[in-house]
Design a binder for this molecule. Sequence first.
Ligand SMILES: [Zn+2]
Length: 1039
Amino acid sequence: MALEEKREKRPPVTPMMIEEEAALRNGSRGLPPGSWAEAAGPRPRTTERHIAVHKRLVLGFAVSILALLAVTMIAVLLSVRFEGCSAAADGPPRASGNGSLPGAARQTPGAGQLPGRPEQEEEEEKEARGGEVAEEKEEEEWQRRRELPPWTRPRLPRHLRPLHYNLMLNAFMENFTFSGEVNVQLEVLNASRYIVLHAHRMHIEAVRVAEDKLAGGVRVDRSFFYPQTQVFVVVLNRSLEVQRSYNLKIIYNALIENELLGFFRSSYVLHGERRFLAVTQFSPTHARKAFPCFDEPIYKATFKISIRHQATYLSLSNMPVETSVFEEDGWVTDHFSQTPLMSTYYLAWAVCNFTYRETVTKSGVVVRLYARPDAIRRGSGDYALNITRRLIEFYEDYFKVPYSLPKLDLLAVPKHPYAAMENWGLSVFVEQRILLDPSVSSISYLLDVTMVIVHELCHQWFGDLVTPVWWEDVWLKEGFAHYFEFVGTDYLYPGWNMEKQRFLTDVLHEVMLLDGLASSHPVSQEVKQATDIDRVFDWIAYKKGAALIRMLANFMGHSVFQMGLQDYLTIHKYGNAARNDLWNTLSKALKRVGKSVNIQEVMDQWTLQMGYPVIAILGNETTDNVIVISQERFVYDGDAKPKDPALGDNSYLWQIPLTIAVGNTSHISSEAIIWVSNKSEHHRIPALEESTWLLGNINQTGYFRVNYDIRNWRLLIHQLTRNHEVISVSNRAGLIDDAFNLARAGYLPQNIPLEIIRYFSEEKDFLPWHAASQALYPLDKLLDRAENYNIFNEYILRQVASMYLKLGWPTNNLNKSLVQASYQHEELRREVIMLACSFGNKHCHQQAATLISDWISSNRNRIPLNVRDIVYCTGVSLMDEDVWEFIWMKFHSTTAVSEKKILLEALTCSDDRNLLNRLLNLSLNSEVVLDQDAIDVIIHVARNPHGRDLAWKFFREKWKILNARYGEALFMNSKLISGVTEFLNTEEELRELKNFIKSYEGGAAVSFSRAVETVEANVRWKRLYKEELFQWLRKSLTH
Ligand SMILES: [Zn+2]
């Protein structure tokens, strides 16, 4: 699964209701009058417009509570035992009586009910309905045995194993419901009377259990939902016998949901007409909303899926269609081939009327890209299709394991909760991450599209073919896919040096910011309950996972690492593996080349401990050629207390593969590796002289920071000024990031990082500039409301000015292929222009204003693609309200997704507080700003010094609405919380934040504690170091 990249170019997409679709649900299109409200009942989220709807619901709910009370009283009086009323829809607990779905499938003319059910099943259906009282008795029985009933435990009981699923689905697109019949072949490992499997938000009509598929089944005593663990329990009148196989048949129906999880719907407009599609998102725990199943990754089984739908649609699933059976009434059933062994979370299907383009790999894998017909016609999918073919060939060669399925479909959908999902053979992407129109896309957009595709394709092996045993190791599959984004992109664009260079700024530096907080967590996280599962998909899992894998690949050597991965995939294919399986395979690979490192022992320290070390390398004044190397845990705020003291032990030690080199003015030695495992160690370094400097963590392959004594820092600064090319590009970027962050945390005087960037007039490589700007913007946000801000501003402008002059502005390259454009050069120029314009270079401002004026007067946009966002933002901030209105109008009229996004962000750059307020308020109107974009609007206003307090106030006032919208999408919610709060830096703001959290009770606690720690660190930095920084700046500027 690809999360939304923090590169902040593309809109994140959230599981949100879209107003018009909600209107359809309660309007003429959908369910019978009166029943829609029930269908809407269990939905967890609302939007503003639904408030009216909810008043009705609340009223209805109150009436049903009263009715329930009355019935209960009568029941108690008459001592009536209720039986047979609970096998209805589950979902959040609510009054009984409104549990079942509207049964729309049955009421739809021509919609085709499942084939007529024999009387026996009708009988069993009645029997199958368990009563709550019976369930309670059952629980009491277990309590007497001092055991938890198997359905109340966080994991499924291990006595059964699914071997094969036959799943027949009927999709009713005209009322967004579906019905299904699942037949699960079960193997019994331990005798038991219970079948416990996942099922959530569905109405179960019938349950039947047969031995070896023969007639004369096992009698079902009763069955019931247990919503707390999202399971369905079938209680049999006798035990299933060990080593026999049984068939479990369940007939059910459910909604094609309007939220973006499970089997959900989405829509788009074609030729003025709204068209619908339905698609699945099962990862991590939503397959259970689409069919009853053993919804844990360890339960691998084969699947045979059939989908019946109107012939005006087509259906897709992981495997190709084997046969299609057409009916006279305009319906068709597609029968898909059987899958290999796989887990439920990457099973998938879709019903849509998309069209496609196709290509075939050398090894015969058919690759198709499905998208809305107009996008296919325009060729917007061709880029993705082309690189997918090449990437399958790359991975087959790299892993030495062929792609496992006969085909791979890429599906571009208008809405999706993540950037993409790696379903085996049917990967789903949000349109913005796969469609690309070369005439309006910048290089960074192309890079985003490329990397998401590389990521999802890696998962076809890491994740789909070999699957983590349990979610605690999700970082393994996500870390690999994230790391390979860079390796795979290097294969496509060999000159771009993604793995050696861009990885540093986009992954390593970013995650070290997060992981340097005391409130961080280990990359391997214990997952105790279902609610923990969503939590593990965060940047620590993705980025730290990738950074650790890169460190491992480097200290093993890339070819041995690759060999180890080949073994790992071959040994575990079609199965599951845990991190120790990987460590063992890699250790063996190392042994084969005569090296002996216990990889598990080393890596456990990095995966089970949170945070990372800072290494200090100090010259020893008494003994020549001897240095002292010490390690401690790096934290931004030394006063911060870890949230869990057991996790945040400051006596942490790591086994650190420290590479080290010595250099002088013209030469750097080859690197040596020192394994540092103690708190402090002495090491002898030959050829250490008065004028030689030391450099640690060569090319920043290790996941740690390095600090030196001031003398060594001075020598390094001197080297950069004299001849920076003696130090590699990656090391220059690494030095910059380490210095800024060490200073921010108080390990280093504030002037050192600012002195390092003094050589920038000579720096012609993109990466050091990128590293510097990533460190300068947060520093800028700490200072931008300070009285003396101008001297900081002035200092940065001086460092940027000369390179800005040298590089100049790009010309319009509309006709030039993006792929051929020089990525390094264009990205460098873009970075320098961005710094110049945002720190107020006059020429840069004039240039932006001229380009905007030209656009307005000619109504032709001749602004070069790669700097459009900078020009729009600068124009809006400098020019009058008319420009804001012009951009606003263009935002409404443009259809290209990438362009729409940067226009919207430009609107947040205004200095005018009224306009910013207007924008904030408009952002919550789903008809104006897509729900997924609203978060970005608020975050970007918070980055604007003129809007920070407005966004912060808006966030607090609208928290209820925002939390209702994004609360369940944990990842989105935490992005919003950190985006709005990360630059708050006054005592007053810290107090406001703490008070706000106090008054607000509920989820998101982790995000809020991280926010408090960040703001505390900001306040602390300002108190301790701001004046030191300004004093140095004043002195430096006057000299
Ligand atoms: Zn992924």
